[in-house]
Design a protein around this ligand. Structure first.
Ligand SMILES: Cn1cncc1C[C@H](NC(=O)CCN)C(=O)O
Ligand SMILES: [Zn+2]
Ligand SMILES: [Zn+2]
Length: 487
């Protein structure tokens, strides 16, 4: 149940929900797609709009120039990173919020029922690119901070913000910047990320882990230019045929990765962990309906969740240089690049997996006796992340969830990768938590991305309540440590 103070804040948030939605509409209208280089200007514009919003709230904002040290064409026009702060009371805990304001590409022709860049409300759902990933949650946090200010209430915590514009492209250049700005994080006590979804459409969740990812590029080249298949088909080793064989050698039909040694360092499943999975309410039918997939590789909740969260997987994403447009084209592509990635988990080591994959692909390739050139590279990789769910930050979040949603959260991990989670945990040694506000059917990256009005507004209340809970807890913690020092 909520206190008088909380009720006052909740009432304010309820009363101002249409304004919050209007701001989200303005944010969604900016096509801040970080994948297509021609939209990069819009990403920078979106970062500036976010900076303006933070400044309007009284925050000090620094725009840090991103410059990836890795040679990459995309680094030419990187949007700046936001490091902002609001409040510097040494008596209060400092909470750092991470979010991103870039989005996945979206075109009406992809099959959207509404204009993806015009936030549209249908039956209580707000459809638009970035509505749930991640503009909605970033704004919910800002709205929550703003609500204290608007009510002239003392803010319970000091705030810091790290907001980026290249997350969807793999957080290019982020790690270097965080390392170069370690001082910014020196007084941060807690880190919160809200960039994933609940496991269910209705039941809130708290996330304590994500998988990492290693992205591979496999290039097979025969000559300098494409050839006519009528004039050359039958007399050459075709790169595409080599590549398809290589890609086909990676996983079997049961989803098992065929690269020798890949599973060697995967942490074994403990009894405790098993119990955590068993306790989760997971509606397999609802989950299938959300995706439109009729049959999964596994039938039980435990198998499905463990294969999403704590076992590695390999996915094939595409082939650059292959003919993919509709129609017929009878060419033999001269150079093709296969793209696949391995979601890795504790305690797999990125450099070991990289070596295993390269050796395996070279072995498979050499058996083909192909004169073509093979090149394997790793354009990006990110570590998996797992947090201690007994940390006080998690206790504060559980209480806040119970207050706002009237139920305990599902304790979950996420199969996707939030590169910054492990980066921040490693560099700051502070507790990192992921606190999603979007529902399982929000359709991140899909043609019907949405956040519901309910989730957006309750999410705002959740964040406001979290500030209060962290402050309470921090006070108790400080008292406890003062007592220890006195003794
Ligand atoms: C781009 N990229 C390549 N490797 C990892 C990523 C990040 C990406 N992150 C998400 O989707 C966050 C979900 N809210 C992913 O996990 O694919
Ligand atoms: Zn995201
Ligand atoms: Zn995303």
């Amino acid at each position: 149940s909520s206190s008088g103070l909380e009720n006052q804040i909740f009432q304010y948030i309820d009363l101002h929900q249409n304004e919050f939605i209007q701001t989200l509409k303005e944010w969604v209208a900016v096509e801040s797609d970080s994948i297509q280089p021609e939209r990069r200007q819009n990403v920078t514009q979106m970062v500036e709009l976010t900076a303006d919003r933070l400044r309007a709230m009284g925050a000090t904002v620094e725009l840090v120039k991103l410059c990836s040290h890795k040679p990459d064409v995309q680094s030419l026009l990187l949007p700046p990173l936001i490091l902002a702060e609001l409040g510097k009371d040494p008596q209060k805990p400092t909470v750092c919020f991470y979010g991103h304001v870039d989005v996945q590409p979206a075109k009406k022709e992809d099959g959207w029922k509404t204009d993806p860049y015009n936030l549209t409300e249908i039956d209580g759902n707000l459809y638009g690119r970035g509505a749930t990933d991640n503009k909605g949650p970033v704004l919910a946090w800002i709205n929550a901070v703003e609500s204290f200010r608007a009510l002239k209430l003392d803010t319970p915590v000091n705030h810091k913000f790290i907001i980026e514009g290249m997350e969807e492209a793999g957080s290019l250049g982020l790690e270097e910047i965080i390392k170069e700005n370690q001082r910014f994080f020196s007084d941060v006590d807690y880190i919160v990320i809200s960039d994933n979804l609940w496991l269910s459409n209705r039941k809130p969740a708290l996330t304590y882990g994500t998988r990492g990812n290693i992205c591979f590029s496999v290039e097979v080249q025969c000559g300098e230019r494409d050839l006519h298949s009528g004039s050359f088909g039958g007399i050459i080793h075709e790169p595409m045929t080599d590549l398809i064989a290589l890609l086909d050698s990676l996983v079997d039909t049961s989803g098992r990765i065929l690269i020798p040694g890949v599973y060697d360092d995967v942490a074994s499943l403990t009894e405790e962990e098993k119990k955590l999975y068993e306790a989760i309410e997971f509606d397999l039918e609802e989950y299938k309906n959300n995706t439109g997939v009729k049959k999964f590789l596994y039938d039980t909740k435990e198998e499905i969740l463990s294969h999403l969260w704590r076992y590695p997987s390999l996915s094939i994403h595409g082939i650059e240089g292959a003919f993919h447009e509709p129609g017929i084209k009878t060419a033999i592509p001269a150079k093709v690049i296969g793209k696949f990635s391995i979601r890795q988990v504790p305690h797999m080591d990125i450099s070991i997996v990289k070596r295993q994959v390269i050796k395996y692909l070279e072995d498979v390739f050499s058996k083909r006796n192909s004169p073509n050139k093979l090149k394997v590279s790793v354009p990006i990789s990110a570590m998996p992340w797992v947090a201690d769910i007994n940390d006080p930050l998690y206790t504060a979040a559980r209480t806040a969830i119970k207050t706002v949603f009237g139920q305990d959260p599902e304790m979950i991990r996420d199969g996707a990768t939030i590169p910054i989670a492990q980066m921040l945990q490693n560099i700051t040694r502070k507790s990192v938590m992921m606190l999603p506000i979007g529902a399982a059917d929000d359709g991140e990256h899909s043609q019907k991305e949405k956040i519901s009005r309910y989730n957006y507004i309750q999410g705002t209340k959740l964040f406001a309540t979290l500030f209060l809970e962290i402050a309470k807890l921090h006070g108790q913690l400080q008292e406890a440590s003062n007592t220890t020092t006195a003794n």
